[in-house]
Design a protein around this ligand. Structure first.
Ligand code: FAD
Length: 418
């Protein structure tokens, strides 16, 4: 049978947070689009499952009723008020997502298993403007007369879909990235993580703060304990891939050893039960500005290497970039311009305007805190200096504080007691 031929204003590959984010805003603007997804939802994604205010704010912009629905369902979406960061020397600082709790009646963040969150977002894509093909295998992407042609099979049916613009929202192993940005595609993802689900971990924060633990024997990474609904916890470890390779680290053993033996964890995990398997996945963290668009295409989320290098947050950035990509598609249609120069201006530049300062600051912070002695020194001094304590605890709510933490001169001043 010859392939079914379809012409459409936009194609999205991938129905994770980046693809869903783009789809919501295309539908809002009444722009017809096709979403191609290789899995069948509900599908799992290895992740820490924690979302800060960026995720809730994009969902709220897409449709406030969806956020209200999530907030009414704390059995699936556990409200979380912030993050606890613990330095290698054991000194910890609580970093709330909101500056003053009395200004906020609802928690800005939440933790939800990805199988639940992604399915929620997936279902919200349903709209007269969106056609989803699940279990779709993309067999080819090439340039065509009308922009881009994507060949796809679903079951025994073949399709040839043409559009002036393609959005790659297909995660860390993006085929769209490989096809169009091969020169900027690394063979290995920059960081790697393992995720485990546990029942019965004790000592979780009363306001469901997520915990990031930096430990002396975890170089260039951290162990996390994130509370989940129903008394469960998402526990994992993330590290730069180069370190794992160089030091021949077995991440699984390192994580289990820390949980079972380190004084910070042993008693908390004494009666905890591992649920299912420990699973791994690539974490494409942001390191420096790299292109993520070109003639007739853009990339969003993990395919564009947008994960926050310090906190590991990628869901909010994926949703946010999807939203911005949808805005760029709307502009492109209006101006009939799908050129690389247009998408660089209307998408990449806008993305950096929104998130660039934060990603740059956190990339610097990740590089500085790789030196555990700096980390220990800063956190030890923060115990004595209220000002320093405030700078760190305001890093999510105050952009100036965030920029300060990204400057090496800031750490030098701390070292010199200025
Ligand atoms: C161990 C670990 C812990 C993490 N912890 C956190 C955390 O706590 N908080 C946080 O915010 N972020 C976290 N992240 C990052 C977060 O998981 C990602 O940033 C986020 O999933 C990115 O969303 P995305 O839509 O870009 O990609 P994905 O969620 O990977 O979605 C991509 C979609 O594309 C589909 N797809 C892929 N290839 C194809 C293809 N060829 N054809 C069709 N469909 C395709 C996939 O099936 C998938 O549905 C973590 C990541 C890891 C690995």
């Amino acid at each position: 049978m010859p392939p079914v031929k379809i012409d459409i204003p936009a194609i999205i590959i991938g129905a994770g947070p980046a693809g869903a984010g783009a789809s919501f805003f295309l539908s809002k603007d009444k722009i017809k689009h096709i979403v191609l997804e290789k899995e069948v939802f509900p599908r799992d994604k290895v992740c820490g499952d924690a979302c800060s205010g960026r995720t809730t704010s994009v969902i709220n912009m897409a449709n406030p009723a969806w956020l209200a629905e999530m907030r009414q369902n704390s059995q699936s979406f556990l409200p979380s008020w912030g993050m606890t960061v613990v330095a290698p020397n054991g000194k910890s600082i609580d970093i709330p997502y909101t500056a003053r709790k009395e200004d906020q009646t609802e928690a800005k963040g939440f933790v939800a298993a990805r199988i639940v969150l992604d399915n929620f977002l997936f279902e919200k894509m349903a709209s007269p403007y969106c056609t989803v093909y699940q279990g779709a295998e993309v067999t080819g992407i090439e340039r065509g007369q009308n922009g881009v042609v994507v060949r796809m099979t679903q079951g025994d049916k073949e399709y040839e879909i043409s559009a002036p613009v393609l959005l790659g929202a297909d995660g860390d192993k993006s085929i769209v990235r490989k096809q169009f940005l091969a020169a900027h595609t690394e063979a290995k993802t920059s960081a790697i993580g393992l995720r485990a689900y546990y029942d019965g971990v004790t000592g979780l924060h009363p306001e469901n703060f997520i915990e990031l633990h930096f430990l002396p024997d975890i170089p260039s990474g951290y162990l996390w304990v994130f509370p989940l609904p129903n008394g469960r916890a998402n526990v994992g470890i993330g590290m730069l891939s180069a370190t794992v390779r160089e030091k021949k680290i077995n991440l699984r053993e390192l994580m289990l050893h820390a949980i079972n033996n380190h004084p910070r964890f042993a008693s908390r995990f004494a009666n905890a039960k591992l649920l299912g398997k420990i699973q791994g996945w690539g974490i494409p963290i942001y390191s420096e500005p790299q292109p993520f668009s070109g003639d007739n295409f853009m990339l969003a989320g993990d395919s564009a290497l947008m994960i926050d290098p310090f906190s590991g947050e990628g869901i909010g950035n994926a949703l946010h970039s999807g939203m911005l990509a949808a805005g760029a598609i709307k502009q492109a249609i209006a101006q009939k311009d799908y050129s690389a120069a247009f998408f660089k201006k209307e998408y990449e530049s806008l993305f950096f305007k929104h998130l660039g300062a934060e990603l740059t600051a956190n990339s610097r912070m990740q590089k500085i805190f790789k030196y555990h002695w700096v980390f220990n020194m800063v956190f030890s001094k923060a115990y004595k200096s209220q000002t320093l304590h405030k700078v760190i605890s305001c890093m999510f709510t105050d952009a100036d504080m965030q920029r300060q933490l990204g400057k090496p001169s800031f750490f030098l001043k701390v070292l010199l007691n200025r």
